[in-house]
Design a protein around this ligand. Structure first.
Ligand SMILES: NC(=O)c1ccc[n+]([C@@H]2O[C@H](COP(=O)([O-])OP(=O)(O)OC[C@H]3O[C@@H](n4cnc5c(N)ncnc54)[C@H](OP(=O)(O)O)[C@@H]3O)[C@@H](O)[C@H]2O)c1
Length: 255
């Protein structure tokens, strides 16, 4: 397809049964090395995006940490079709890093004005939620966002997979199981009906975390829509020796 968009890397930490949060919303799944992998990736991207439920439940700052940021810019982006972001959310503090909230132009005008007064960038799309990603992602290019990291949650990842705009998926599988009908899956939404509909991903790197209890897998998507304007080399082994212990004989890189 001819439309242009950023390169999209999804990063998530899931239980063995593919849950990113338990039925109570508990999602502190990462070990310290996994956090470092996440921070390392944040240092290599132009923006980190989450859905508004993640802001409501976790109240993250999504700042880069530990590793010096290597790109010209760093935005935090929230997909928020109905403008539910709480006004006391930490992400709305733009003193260090800018924040972009993407919403529908039908959202509360006074709340949009309040966010803008605080220095938050609000992108309004003239459509009802859910916001179509083939409109959202080209808008991010206007801010110079060429490499986008998507951290979740499950509903947001559904939209990214449904639009076929995930170029790369990086998942850490922890050593625990949550189960639960009400738990949040790595990918939520309506779901695909069968493998003829669902996206195909190829594992290109498999590692045992230095903690010894987690595996980290990097997949590349085999069928993507839209054209990423930059294709970064994010996963050379040199970059990963720092973070992943590929123990010979136990695990080895697929490529
Ligand atoms: N373990 C991990 O790696 C990880 C990472 C991130 C989050 N989490 C966990 O995941 C849970 C939250 O996940 P979730 O699936 O409930 O929600 P989510 O993906 O964080 O947010 C979903 C909401 O974002 C808005 N949104 C997403 N895509 C949109 C689109 N295309 N257009 C318009 N609005 C859009 C919608 O709000 P409206 O419904 O108002 O339209 C949607 O309901 C939390 O418990 C969090 O802790 C875990």
């Amino acid at each position: 397809m001819s439309w242009l968009r950023p390169y999209v890397v999804v990063f998530a930490t899931a239980t063995i049964d593919g849950r990113i949060a338990s039925r109570t919303g508990f999602s502190k799944l990462s070990c310290s090395e996994d956090k470092r992998r996440q921070f390392w990736l944040r240092s290599k991207v132009d923006a980190v995006l989450v859905g508004v439920n993640t802001i409501i439940v976790d109240n993250p700052t999504l700042r880069p940490k530990e590793f010096p940021h290597t790109r010209p810019r760093y935005y935090r982006v929230v997909l928020d079709g109905r403008l539910r972001v709480p006004l006391n959310a930490r992400i709305l503090d733009v003193s260090q890093y800018p924040t972009i909230v993407i919403t529908s132009s039908r959202s509360d005008r006074s709340k949009i004005a309040e966010l803008r007064k605080r220095g938050v960038e609000v992108i309004e799309l003239d459509t009802e939620p859910p916001l179509p990603l083939d409109k959202v992602l080209p808008k991010l290019l206007d801010y110079g966002i060429r490499i986008l990291m998507v951290e979740g949650g499950g509903e947001t990842l559904w939209h990214f997979f449904r639009y076929g705009v995930v170029d790369e998926l990086r998942v850490t599988y922890t050593s625990t199981v949550f189960g639960g009908r009400e738990a949040t899956s790595l990918v939520g939404g309506e779901g695909f009906s069968d493998t003829s509909e669902s996206p195909k991903l190829k594992p290109v790197l498999l590692g045992l975390c230095t903690c010894g209890n987690e595996i980290h897998v990097i997949y590349r998507a085999m069928d993507v829509r839209g054209t990423p304007i930059e294709k970064p080399d994010l996963d050379t082994l040199r970059n990963f020796t720092l973070l992943i212990d590929l123990r010979e004989g136990l695990w080895k890189p697929v490529t």
